[in-house]
Write a protein that binds this ligand. Structure first.
Ligand code: NAD
Ligand code: DAU
Length: 352
């Protein structure tokens, strides 16, 4: 089978929840660029993180439809599931810092919402259900270990626990009702169209505006940074070729990178000085290290297309050119969150 033959194995009528977010929209754009694209319906509640502008490149496609609604609402989900042959669930509250400030919404969407979707997939006997999960379910991973799919979940933040809860529902529905679930556990993802609250887009947009970069603690916590298009393609390949009942780690698989190096790289690429680095109070319960073993994805024929240097340079160029996309986002409600989250520090960069 040729390397890109996976596309012919995709389900033909997809319901993509959370498709107006960062990774979900990259997934939708990728699918609709394929030579024989499936039909795609996006269901998205358009929370603060959802943005229809992320789907503008496909907005006029006849094989694409957008539905504004909540995955927790069974009446909304039911008719959409009835006409689909697969649900791919990206919908989630996704930011760790917000889960520390307001955990309730995470339980609602990430756990209860996943249950509503599983029930719909069960009723309609979909041949596949893909849950987009995260490497955060493994919790803090001491060096030199790399998490393998069989490792036990040890989530340590409200976000990670809610994602683990959603996953547990998937495994239970697989065992008990035979729902054909697949789970992907992606690593820390970056690239175009990412809401500027996560480290890379926050640091890039702050650096472009010469605002301080708020680095948690000493900046030594490390993550496996993965370019968004690679993550999206990995999810599509698992959907096409993955073994039902299995989890798949999707990550760069290189040596994980610390926060201080991210800050310095961003400043070098944006022409800002190191004096913009602002050490701030650490995140409570901050996981020090995530690292993934990606052997299973490699066996599926997937590998990352870019190293971090190339991916981050491309990302900085995109944010330089797309102020029209991110400047409206970094306004009112964004700065309210920013002040709450970085409150204990002076001068973290929010406007007065
Ligand atoms: P995001 O926050 O950019 O997007 C989430 C999307 O879900 C938004 O469009 C939002 O409007 C929508 N949504 C939220 N609650 C909803 C609800 N109740 N009903 C319908 N839609 C709802 O997130 P992202 O970074 O694109 O992450 C997508 C998925 O991938 C999430 O499940 C996340 O846990 C997972 N993940 C993210 C990363 C990462 O680094 N960003 C890494 C691994 C896994
Ligand atoms: O690993 C996968 C996870 O990656 C996803 O499941 C989450 O949805 C996604 O948000 C991301 O979680 P992280 O907590 O790793 O991402 P974040 O960008 O928030 O933080 C990355 C690192 O940068 C972490 O060590 C904390 C640090 N950081 C983050 C922010 C926002 C800072 O030093 N300063 C900051 O302002």
């Amino acid at each position: 089978m040729a390397a890109d033959d996976w596309a012919s194995l995709l389900p033909r009528r997809l319901l993509v929840t959370g498709g107006a977010g960062f990774i979900g929209s990259a997934f939708v754009r990728l699918l609709l660029e394929l030579p024989a694209p499936p039909r795609v319906t996006v269901l998205d509640a358009l929370t603060y993180a959802g943005n229809r502008a992320n789907l503008e490149p496909v907005a006029d496609r006849p094989d694409y439809r957008f539905v504004h609604g909540n995955i927790c609402d069974e009446a909304t989900v039911e008719p959409l599931a009835a006409e689909a042959d697969c649900i791919v669930n990206f919908a989630a509250e996704s930011h760790v810092d917000r889960s520390i400030l307001d955990p309730g919404a995470f339980i609602q969407t990430d756990v209860y919402g996943t249950f509503v979707l599983l029930e719909a997939a069960r009723r309609h006997q979909h041949p596949r259900f893909l849950q987009v999960s995260t490497d955060e379910v493994y919790g803090d991973v001491p060096a030199p270990h790399r998490s393998q799919e069989g490792d036990p979940p040890r989530p340590r933040s409200p976000y990670a626990a809610s994602k683990a809860g959603g996953e547990m529902q998937c495994w239970a529905y697989h065992e008990t009702f035979g729902v054909p679930v697949l789970v992907t556990r992606g690593s820390n993802t970056y690239g175009p169209y990412q809401f500027p609250e996560k480290i890379i887009p926050l640091f890039v947009t702050n650096a472009l505006d010469r605002r301080p970069l708020p680095l948690y603690g000493s900046g030594t916590a490390v993550r496996d940074y993965l370019y968004v298009d690679d993550h999206a393609r990995g999810i599509a390949m698992v959907l096409a070729r993955g073994r039902v009942g299995s989890a798949y780690n999707i990550g760069q698989g290189d040596e994980p990178i610390d926060g201080l190096s991210i800050a310095r790289t961003v400043l070098r690429l944006t022409g800002g000085g190191d004096d913009l680095i602002h050490h701030v109070q650490d995140r409570p319960g901050h996981d020090r290290r995530y690292a993934l073993d990606i052997t299973r994805m490699r066996a599926l024929g997937w590998h990352p297309s870019r190293d971090f240097g190339a991916g981050v340079a491309e990302t900085v160029r995109w944010y330089e050119q797309r102020r029209d996309w991110w400047e409206p986002i970094k306004s009112g409600a964004f700065w309210d969150f920013y002040r709450r989250n970085y409150r204990p520090l002076a001068g973290a960069g929010a406007p007065p």
